[in-house]
Design a binder for this molecule. Sequence first.
Ligand code: GAL
Length: 424
Amino acid sequence: MKALAVLKAVAVVLLGWAALALPGWAQTPAQPVDVLHWLTSASERRAANQLSAILAANGVQWRDAAIPGGGGMAAVKVLKSRVLMGDSPDVAQLIGTTLTEWADVGLVLPLNAVASRQRWAQTLFPTVMDLVSYNGMVIAAPLGIHRINTLLYNRRLFARIGLPPPTTWAEFEVVVRKLTALGIQPLAWSDEPWQIATVFEAVLLSDAGPALYRELIVQRKSSAWMDPRVERALVRLRWLRNINGETPREQAWTDAARELLVGKVAMMVMGDWAKGELMAWGASPSKDFGCVVLPGTENTHLYSIDTLAMLANGHHREATQEKVAELVSSTPAQLAYNRIKGSVPVQRDIDVASLDSCARDSWASFADPRTARVPSLAHRMAADESIKDAVAQTLWRYLTDPRMEPVEAQRRLAAVIRAPTAER
Ligand code: GAL
């Protein structure tokens, strides 16, 4: 099975993307589409190039409008202003709740025809199908599933301390003590608010468990934020930020990943796009680094699903936009793209044997009915941009003001989290 998958992957590389051309599409003159996205790091760029090559082999020209900035902070702002000015791109990396909001006001092209041709209802994971469905419409093409509760570690440094990666917080503390004694910084850290929020939600899932996490993040019950388990997560977050013994600073997630690769730090809590980046730099998940789930988050999958929406913009490119949706969600594109991006395919009937071990674990966990799958707030899966930003800012304030007690941060978080029904 594995050999067959590898053979298929090799055949795709050898034959080139023309091998993936859908019948009849390669012959017509290339149709352009403007694509706005934030896939700009080394791995992200390669993953986008992969999609662009697949489209090119099928007569679609990807005109790139990439906006750098981790977590899409800048891209989403640029996209909003372009839409307001009546200059919407044809395709946009639009994810999570932003997607439903835009679909609600008719800015997104429904993709029901593509979804039924490709039998998305039968082939996609139900969580993914739900995410791209709204009021009977299919509103985006899914690209891949990222896992946020990921702990990456440097294998060389762990061999030096002679310990396996931690599976509990008690083991984590032992690891930290050993690393510190050897003068090695334990954890990559960045004070960028979106990165703080990314680490926080993984820690929150660990301390609160999936049931309370859902009350806090999905149902957004203000009162639940005063729970002592939230306090514990906030205390742990502050501890994690300070364990390097250095004044924490803001840095791009790629710079933090670089510190892990060169052995400046031993661990990193980040979505598995960081794994994609390490691999793009030539590192191997079996030799150079490893990935496990964050302590206390076994049997849970904290996900962020990347999607491409086709925007309704009067360019009369609907047929080409549908073609884009169909191509990016085809099986070969899913495998080729996700192998580079660090995420996993959105399909439940796909053979993932050719992916790396971290990806296989993530996919198997997402597919397992016993796994609690919970959405990321920091990456827009659970609440809109303004709530996500308010939470990230509140966490940033809490961490950068040592006088703020966790209970005060809890009060402020309870205030910025509004229940979904209160929004409408
Ligand atoms: C997330 C996105 C990922 C990755 C990450 C870092 O929001 O879903 O694909 O790009 O930001 O920029």
